[in-house]
Design a protein around this ligand. Structure first.
Ligand code: URA
Length: 425
């Protein structure tokens, strides 16, 4: 087998054989295939696609590149959720302890933010003392004791994807449906969850800008999960505007705690409950009542235990950025647009995200929204508050917000977009 013939096959719109796929993934993981060769193949896949058989084999080869975890010793059914990434998407924080409070075990392997979308681990690291890096044995202990754990994937899980994802990130090949689907599903299948709910984001703040692409991505991932014996369903959800009223690490933890306390923004509560119901259904617990677990404090109790089990102090004050800048409404009327991508980019420029994997993030940085689309706003009143430790970044963040806000007449008809757009699976 030689890599040039594999690249040529895909460059010329051919179908890769199972042997070609197994070989190239293994050889790349071992360092025998060079980054520039894999980069060329990734671009050929980006341009010419892969059929379902190729995607299935590619995913299986990435799973086989590393270890598989096993939660079969747990007495509870396992359920996991994966979001394709959005702005203000803090749902994992209230969702994992909520689903645990309802009787499932939630082994939530999460990532860090890159680009304009935030990362769950960066958010939780805003909590003093909290630790993302757990050994497999520690992860299993937290799952057994608390019922949910949110931590970083170990190096042994789908190492081919770790290498390939980092390469795609710097070669303009992230947004390819076969590569996204196989990347996400290889990690989730290797993780060993019994059931999985996918939150596929659609809109300006998501990878998938239109519903057709989101449907194709969701259907591909549901098929991959089902073929590997994981009960999988997907919700397509709106990412035209940020979720909730905050984008930024500590700001989002604070909002998640509000949800766990029985309050919080309507859209965050609605999506948390919709995903919880899907997870509990898929885990074989359809009679559990997540709304009750939010209202009666049991989800909050699980959150506090989960944070403590990972070294964090749930009562500690969260970091606050040193400087704030308030953006006011330019006119009075109905807020019709507040663009998710622009808000995500502004939060990133304020220091909430990173440009390179090794960059630090500011725990307190981000954007607070004082109004959401459909709300009435008044000229001169606060619309957004920008938070940062590095005020020289305000100008750069404000540039990102140029054109992100539209205000219509007060009597303009406004139809709110539902949070959950479709279900696939
Ligand atoms: N998240 C992943 O894990 N992989 C991708 O390719 C895109 C988003």
């Amino acid at each position: 087998m030689d890599v040039i013939s594999v690249i040529r096959t895909k460059r010329d719109r051919g179908e890769l054989t199972a042997d070609q796929i197994d070989w190239v993934i293994d050889a790349y993981t071992r360092g025998e295939v060079a980054h520039e060769q894999m980069s060329s193949l990734a671009m050929a896949i980006y341009l010419n696609g892969m059929n379902r058989a190729e995607i299935a084999r590619w995913t299986a080869a990435m799973i086989a590149s590393g270890e598989r975890m096993d939660f079969s010793s747990l007495s509870r059914p396992t359920a996991d959720k994966h979001s394709t990434g959005g702005v203000g998407d803090k749902i994992t924080l209230p969702l994992a302890p909520l689903v645990a409070a309802c009787g499932a075990a939630v082994p939530q392997l999460s990532g860090r933010g890159l680009g304009h979308t935030g990362g769950t681990l960066d958010k939780l690291e805003a909590i003093p003392g909290w630790r993302a890096q757990l050994s497999n044995a520690e992860m299993l202990d937290v799952l057994r004791d608390v019922g949910s754990v949110i931590c970083a994937a170990g190096d042994g899980l789908a190492p081919a994807d770790k290498k390939l994802y980092a390469l795609r990130d710097v070669t303009g090949t992230v947004e390819a449906i076969p590569l996204i689907a196989s990347s996400i599903m290889s990690k989730k299948i290797a993780e060993g969850t019994g059931s999985l709910v996918l939150d596929v984001k659609v809109g300006s703040g998501a990878f998938m800008k239109n519903i057709e692409d989101a449907r194709e991505l969701a259907a591909t991932m549901v098929e991959l999960g089902t073929d590997h014996g994981v009960r999988t369903a997907a919700l397509l959800t709106d990412m035209a505007t940020p979720l909730g009223r905050t984008a930024g690490n500590a700001l989002e933890v604070r909002e998640s705690v509000e949800v766990l306390a029985g309050g919080g923004p309507r859209d965050v509560v609605e999506l948390t409950l919709a995903l919880a119901r899907e997870m509990l259904d898929a885990a074989g617990l359809p009679d559990a009542d997540p709304a009750k677990a939010l209202a009666d404090g049991s989800a909050m109790d699980h959150w506090r235990r989960m944070i403590r089990a990972q070294g964090g102090d749930p009562d500690a004050a969260l970091p606050v950025a040193r400087e704030q800048h308030v953006v006011t409404a330019a006119e009075s009327g109905t807020l019709t647009t507040l663009d998710a991508y622009a808000v995500g980019l502004a939060a990133w420029r304020l220091g909430a995200g990173r440009a390179r994997k090794e960059d630090p993030v500011q725990a307190g940085a981000g954007v607070e929204l004082h109004a959401k689309p459909g709300d009435t706003v008044t000229a001169g009143r606060p619309l957004l508050t920008l938070h940062t430790d590095t005020p020289e970044k305000f100008g750069y963040a404000l540039e990102a917000l140029d054109g992100a806000v539209r205000i219509g007449p007060s009597d303009a008809a406004f139809t709110a977009t539902p949070v959950v757009l479709e279900r696939i699976g």
